[in-house]
Design a protein around this ligand. Structure first.
Ligand code: OFO
Length: 173
């Protein structure tokens, strides 16, 4: 059984994760329109990961007899003029999501919801990784500083990103 306050906040986090997915898909489209297809691919992998994050919370609620309430998503505003700006916004967004996960964890502790705290350990670790990886690409873009050859090298590298292993996707569900 899930307390209604917890259910409401998990539903809000499901919305936030789907919203993240939508933002990354918007970034993917922006990169593809600039012929940076490696970056576009990386963003599409990120889109899929965010859907997986939403589904972990979705499955968690349903397994515990809770109700999933899917909410409206906003159209992402993609107002950027460089790859560096995209990654600045992505990092800012991940920091925001990390804050939300920490607040949800604090609520789960306060409400003594141990199954949710257990699930959220995975999310806490995942956010460390999300910020680390996004921040590293941002640092490289700062070094590249608009050099087209270096940008294309990074584009080729990001094209190699693979989807998460099946086991990793299921972990924590
Ligand atoms: Fe779901 O981690 Fe990014 O937003």
């Amino acid at each position: 059984m899930v307390k209604s306050k917890i259910q409401e906040e998990v539903n809000n986090q499901i919305q936030a994760e789907f919203q993240s997915a939508y933002i990354y898909l918007g970034f993917s489209a922006w990169f593809e329109s600039k012929n940076l297809n490696g970056f576009a691919h990386w963003m599409k992998m990120q889109w899929q990961e965010e859907i997986d994050h939403a589904m972990r919370l979705y499955n968690h609620l349903l397994r515990r007899g809770g109700n999933v309430e899917l909410k409206t998503l906003e159209a992402p505003e993609i107002d950027v003029s460089s790859a560096k700006e995209v990654f600045e916004q992505a990092l800012e967004h991940e920091e925001y999501i990390t804050g939300r996960i920490h607040e949800l964890y604090a609520l789960a502790q306060e409400e003594k919801d141990y199954p949710l705290t257990s699930l959220l350990h995975w999310f806490i670790d995942e956010q460390v990784e999300e910020e680390d990886v996004t921040g590293e690409i941002l640092e490289r873009l700062k070094m590249i500083d608009g050099d087209p050859a270096a940008l294309l090298d990074l584009d080729r590298e990001l094209a190699q990103r693979q989807p998460e292993e099946e086991g990793e996707e299921q972990e924590g569900e």
